[in-house]
Design a protein around this ligand. Sequence first.
Ligand SMILES: Nc1ncnc2c1ncn2[C@@H]1O[C@H](COP(=O)(O)OP(=O)(O)O)[C@@H](O)[C@H]1O
Ligand SMILES: [Mg+2]
Length: 192
Amino acid sequence: MMDKQQLRKMLREKLSIITGAQRKAAAITAAQLFTKNSLFKSAKNIACYYSQPLEFSTDAIITEIWQAKKNCYLPVMSEKEKTLLFALYQSEEKLCLGAYKILEPHFSAIQCLTQNLDVVLVPLLSFDKEGNRLGSGGGFYDRTFAFRKDNIQKKPLLIGLGFQQQEVPLLPMDNWDIKLDGMLTEEKLTFY
Ligand SMILES: Nc1ncnc2c1ncn2[C@@H]1O[C@H](COP(=O)(O)OP(=O)(O)O)[C@@H](O)[C@H]1O
Ligand SMILES: [Mg+2]
């Protein structure tokens, strides 16, 4: 079995050959699958991520969240604690460069307590049939949602977002890894 580092390298190569047109079409299809689901309909506070070029685009989903008058939150990275806070995303102009040169809402933007988020769309490099997730190696989502390990109330629901071709049969997992509750791709929305 490949280790996490080898898998990350393989997945980054896979992602690099997906064209802009494929990315755009996938983003729109996934947004449609998401918004017609009851999960979206009943959610008020939805966290997303500001997609980087290789990541699955969140553009279409963010537009839908705004149009539905729901709250869209983006992660703000705490470099010191290596955890995420979630702050309200109201317009692109209000974003600023955060740690790792990723655009984020300003620290002073309205925040949502992590436990009060309904759904979190989680970026990833890979996922498997069991709901295991492989991230970029920072462990930010594992640390931030470690409380989900022993809470019976499944909130927030962690939904991975990626291309169907990022799925592998089984990922190597460590004891700190947090599982996904579901996975949204351009083909389907699956719950584990
Ligand atoms: N709950 C946690 N507490 C402390 N460290 C953690 C926690 N979760 C993950 N980490 C650390 O984060 C690092 C990266 O985790 P890993 O699962 O490999 O990355 P990713 O989830 O981004 O793929 C690991 O070295 C691990 O020790
Ligand atoms: Mg992990």
